[in-house]
Design a protein around this ligand. Sequence first.
Ligand SMILES: NC(=O)c1ccc[n+]([C@@H]2O[C@H](COP(=O)([O-])OP(=O)(O)OC[C@H]3O[C@@H](n4cnc5c(N)ncnc54)[C@H](O)[C@@H]3O)[C@@H](O)[C@H]2O)c1
Length: 245
Amino acid sequence: MKSMLVTGAARGLGADIARLASARGYRVGMVDRDAEELHALAAEVPNSTALAADVTDEAAVEGCLERFGTVDVLVNNAGILRTGPLIDHSLDDFRLVLDVNLVSLFIVGRAVARRMRAQGGGAIVNMSSVNGIHPSLNAGAYVAAKAGVIGLTQQMAIEWGEFGIRVNAVAPGFIDAGMSSPFYAAKAVRERRGNAVPVRRLGSARDVAESVLFLVSEAAAYVSGQTLAVDGGLINSVLAQLPRE
Ligand SMILES: NC(=O)c1ccc[n+]([C@@H]2O[C@H](COP(=O)([O-])OP(=O)(O)OC[C@H]3O[C@@H](n4cnc5c(N)ncnc54)[C@H](O)[C@@H]3O)[C@@H](O)[C@H]2O)c1
């Protein structure tokens, strides 16, 4: 049985990735700082283990890996968002967003890659965002962090390929789940945003989970260093948003 470690798995996209991986036959290690929600989820996901830890804490991450054992697949999914105009942003918030969304990928990724190197290979998916490709107003440090994820993914891919480790990123677009759920609670926002997407709908957590499972599968055996936008065509549609006359 292959094993997958998913960070930020207590809810949102991470929980759906863990559920789908379990359904596809993986043994799943679910890492999150929210221990209560994590244990509740582990009780309903077959072959899963709750590993409560903060992904920015190197020692805690090592502890999780020792408990869980072999990792064939890592999904670096934990992330946070702190919104507000950059000009008023606090340094603490800026650093926290970089720490959780970017530095943690180095902490968890390096620790797992050392083990994958010893076991002869593996696959990693890092969670970016369309915000790693295009900025949004009031996104604080999130855009810089998610753009950094794309660069770090490419760096990991060229350095770790020789160890049999493939590394790719996923860049979700307008997703009606997780941290965006409160935003999409308003019907008018849902409709406006959904209609702005070329495929005319918001994305789901399942859409993202399926793409992650594809990238770590044998079907993507020759894909590494790439960022897959899971956005219904959104990032290519800037010119289509503007009236022609
Ligand atoms: N939902 C979206 O619209 C969307 C779009 C693009 C990208 N993303 C990215 O997808 C990923 C998952 O987001 P989501 O929407 O499911 O968010 P979410 O807030 O629903 O879930 C994030 C999870 O990460 C955990 N987490 C946060 N900081 C942590 C830390 N320091 N240590 C351990 N766990 C921590 C939280 O407890 C939570 O369970 C994030 O990286 C996010 O940036 C989300």
